[in-house]
Write a protein that binds this ligand. Structure first.
Ligand SMILES: CC(=O)N[C@H]1[C@@H](OP(=O)(O)OP(=O)(O)OC[C@H]2O[C@@H](n3ccc(=O)[nH]c3=O)[C@H](O)[C@@H]2O)O[C@H](CO)[C@@H](O)[C@@H]1O
Ligand SMILES: C=C(OP(=O)(O)O)C(=O)O
Length: 491
């Protein structure tokens, strides 16, 4: 990579191509160091908590919501469409509500009710979305592609999202540059305009890394650009395919979604349409792991098994029994009568699709902490995604981490698994703590759950319906005391 503009820590991490951390070469206007964004959460607001009494067996069925990550990029893509777009199966989670407010800040009409979002982008009157919203979520930055391609200009703040690594945006910048945009960073915002004064122009561009967000942003941009675009080394994630399906339904011409190369013929106009967001494979995987960690049996639908085959294979190798009764239903069983008393640990290494999803790494680690034998987890997508390790250790398991690798010494060491007070620091890390709490003896208190609310719809209600003892307390820290006998709420 020529350079990496780091949007979370706002420093430039060394890379093999830039070992000395030289200033970026993208444009003479890019500063060497950027000051941090203001914090996104209000520390005066009382933080809700989850209180989990572990040990309950789960049973029954759970409905899987629409994919958060698909919905984020598809909502950004509505900017490319004239007329009204109606999206169904949209998960009602805080990231999506933030994205809806980002679109509204541009002037789009957005109605988001239950799981349906209706967007009319005809009324967009600004090319500068609210920086506060964009700064909260990674998906907020995706609007730069649609805005540039439709209006020939955009001013977009640096994105937020989970704090799991440096998360640069260099591939977006270089890709949009290849399509004829000029971009510079000023006042912590990317200021971009089409160099021909009109709009983007199709081109060939090869990504150095198959970034999901950069692929999606460039695909949207190329769909309305003049002429043909070939993007190579693109992300092959199911969410990229979902976005391609949506854009195609709106009139775009895209071939190759799901492969490493995309061929896009730019269209003069795209038209709003109706589309149902694909099921969330990460939520599905999290519930599969909930069944596994509690040694229970549950069924899940709708789910596209091929989007989660990595986890199915790994859980099967551990000794779980996974069967599919229909195309979109799975039953996951880890009950001792069917699977034996001991489940075996395994190794995972995260990677771009079809590799093991990084978004399931923390939850899988929680499960591995309850298995027999030594397991190894290697995080290769984000350089700082083991923040949950120190919190998981509070439950008792021995976990050693070094760099991006963790060794999980399973049950054989005689370690017990006991409830604890833990803090979620990011979305999936937070879910790993919930899973650990479900399996632990006694009571677990999880704080920082606004991170979990970013991406799991009705999480505690879904777990309660399966028989878990999970409660949300909206009170401040002081108002809720955990005793060894249960939970007492003071005034
Ligand atoms: C909203 C959304 O869809 N989020 C998902 C998306 O994030 P996101 O799109 O941010 O993830 P990317 O695929 O871009 O990131 C993967 C790797 O590429 C690097 N990179 C990325 C862009 C860039 O310009 N330069 C660069 O070097 C990142 O630092 C990271 O190491 O895909 C990730 C990987 O599956 C998931 O964990 C996130 O849940
Ligand atoms: C990392 C994630 O999301 P984001 O990219 O929005 O931070 C996630 O969904 O696990």
């Amino acid at each position: 990579m020529a350079s990496r503009l780091n949007s979370n820590s706002h420093t430039l991490p060394p890379s093999p191509q830039n070992p000395a951390n030289k200033p970026p070469q993208l444009s003479s206007h890019w500063p060497e160091n950027l000051s941090p964004l203001p914090p996104t959460s209000n520390s005066l607001t009382p933080e809700p908590k989850l209180i989990i009494t572990g040990g309950s067996k789960l049973s029954g069925h759970v409905n899987i919501s629409g994919s958060k990550n698909s919905a984020l990029s598809i909502l950004a893509a509505t900017i490319c469409c004239s007329g009204t777009t109606k999206l169904t199966n949209v998960p009602n989670v805080s990231d999506i509500r933030t994205m809806a407010s980002v679109l509204e800040s541009l002037g789009a009409e957005v109605e988001f009710c239950r799981n349906e979002a209706v967007v009319n982008a005809n009324s967009i009157s600004s090319v500068e979305p609210d920086s506060n919203g964009v700064g909260k979520i990674r998906g907020g930055f995706f609007v730069i592609g649609p805005l540039l391609t439709r209006f020939g200009e955009a001013v977009v703040a640096l994105p937020g999202g989970c704090d799991i690594g440096s998360r640069p945006i260099d591939l977006y910048i270089r890709g949009l540059g290849a399509l004829g945009a000029v971009l510079e960073l000023r006042d912590e915002k990317v200021q971009a305009y089409a160099s021909n004064g009109k709009g983007l122009v199709g081109a060939r561009f090869q990504l150095d890394y198959p970034s999901v967000g950069a692929t999606e942003t460039l695909m949207m941009a190329a769909s309305l650009a003049e002429g043909n675009t070939v993007l190579s080394n693109v992300a092959q994630e199911p969410e990229v395919i979902d976005l391609a399906h949506f854009l195609t339904r709106c009139g775009a011409s895209i071939r190759g979604a799901g492969t490493h190369e995309l061929y896009i013929s730019g269209r003069g106009q795209l038209y709003g349409s109706c589309y149902s967001i694909m099921p969330d494979r990460i939520e599905a995987g999290s519930f599969m792991l909930a069944a596994a960690i509690t040694r229970s049996c549950i069924s899940l639908s709708p789910i596209i098994p091929s989007t989660i085959s990595c986890l199915i294979e790994k859980l099967s190798s551990a000794g779980c029994k996974i069967v599919s009764y229909t195309d979109d239903t799975l039953e996951v069983s880890a009950i001792p009568e069917k699977c034996g008393d001991d489940l075996r640990g395994f190794d995972i290494k995260t990677g771009p699709f079809p590799g093991f999803p990084t978004d399931l790494q923390p939850q899988t680690m929680a499960f591995l902490s309850t298995c027999n034998g030594l397991s190894m987890v290697e995080e290769s997508v984000f350089e700082n995604r083991l923040g949950h390790v120190k919190e998981l250790r509070k439950f008792g398991p021995r976990i050693q981490d070094c760099g991006s690798t963790a060794l999980i010494f399973g049950k054989e060491t005689g370690s017990s698994f006991k409830g604890s007070q833990v803090m979620a620091a990011d979305l999936r890390g937070g879910m790993s703590l919930v899973l650990a709490g479900l399996a632990a003896e006694g009571i677990t208190e999880v704080s920082g759950i606004s991170h979990i609310d970013r991406g799991y719809e009705n999480m505690e209600m879904k777990l309660q319906n399966l028989g878990a003892n999970v409660k949300r307390f909206e009170s401040s820290t002081k108002a809720c005391t955990i005793t060894s006998y249960g939970i007492a709420q003071s005034e």
